[in-house]
Write a protein that binds this ligand. Structure first.
Ligand SMILES: C[S@@+](CC[C@H](N)C(=O)[O-])C[C@H]1O[C@@H](n2cnc3c(N)ncnc32)[C@H](O)[C@@H]1O
Length: 250
């Protein structure tokens, strides 16, 4: 595999979580992030723990088919590892992540990896969905770490389309990047320079984006506080709210 020349946020997260699927260019991104704020390891550990809790919560609602958008690397406590009895289809737009993901999951009969641009659901091949999940029942849709890259108007349309597409009784878990990011303009500039413009939001601006999806009881919370009591371990201390999360259902 030719080495990527542009850092990818998912591979930076893999580094922070103790994984082994990142490249020199991703470490340049890590260094720059940590110069701005030294605790991103904790921020992304909190985010991955949130992904684990929402996945287990959705499974506890009787769901055993998941589609993950903007998945990054299927490692370090990602969805198929926390709900191993469920079928999982990971998707991403980054060709290196897809290639790595397919290698990692090559021997796993329950988890597959496909291309999908989360801003255009038509880009997900129905045949990939069928192959990974079989006939569709109620779905768990995991939209973590990707809404921040999508502007409001497009995100509204995507979430609305997902609502129409998902069988009734499906659940969707999301996270959104908080406005604390405004305190780190050098990080926003860096992300812009690698084609990953960040849209920052707060609970008030997030709510209207959810459209017809119904909020579950915990509401929109900092990810480390979302059903924190379901966490196997107390959340890693994270004073600044870098991400908010919520689970919604149809
Ligand atoms: C911040 S990482 C999050 C990875 C993982 N979900 C997590 O929580 O650790 C963002 C991921 O979204 C992917 N991504 C960015 N824009 C996307 C889009 N429009 N459609 C699909 N994936 C996208 C990136 O390639 C990257 O893998």
């Amino acid at each position: 595999m030719e080495l990527p020349t542009v850092p990818n946020t998912a591979r930076m997260i893999d580094y922070w979580l103790g994984g082994s699927h990142y490249f020199p260019v991703d470490l340049e991104g890590v260094k720059l992030f940590e110069q701005g704020y030294p605790h991103f390891r904790e921020v992304f550990q909190n985010l991955r723990d949130y992904t684990g809790r929402v996945s287990r919560y959705i499974e506890s609602q009787g769901i055993n088919q998941f589609i993950v958008f903007g998945s990054g690397l299927p490692t370090c406590g990602n969805v198929h590892e926390v709900v191993p009895q469920s079928k999982v289809l990971y998707t991403d737009i980054d060709s290196d992540n897809i290639k790595l993901g397919r290698e990692i999951l090559a021997d796993n009969p329950h988890a597959k990896y496909a291309f999908c641009d989360a801003t255009n659901l038509d880009s997900l091949e129905q045949s990939e969905v069928n192959q990974a999940l079989g006939s569709l029942r109620r779905l768990g849709l995991i939209f973590v770490g990707v809404a921040a890259f999508i502007p409001d108007d497009i995100l509204t349309v995507v979430l609305d389309k997902l609502y129409d597409w998902a069988p009734a009784g499906s659940f969707l878990a999301l996270d959104f990047d908080g406005e604390v990011g405004l305190q780190y303009p050098q990080l926003l500039e860096f992300l812009d320079s690698v084609g990953a413009h960040l849209y920052l939001r707060n609970p008030t601006t997030i709510k209207p984006l959810l459209g017809r999806w119904q909020l579950t009881k915990p509401g929109i919370l900092p990810v480390s506080l979302w059903e924190a009591e379901l966490s196997a371990q107390p959340p890693v201390t994270d004073e600044a709210v870098f991400m908010y999360g919520c689970v919604v259902y149809k």
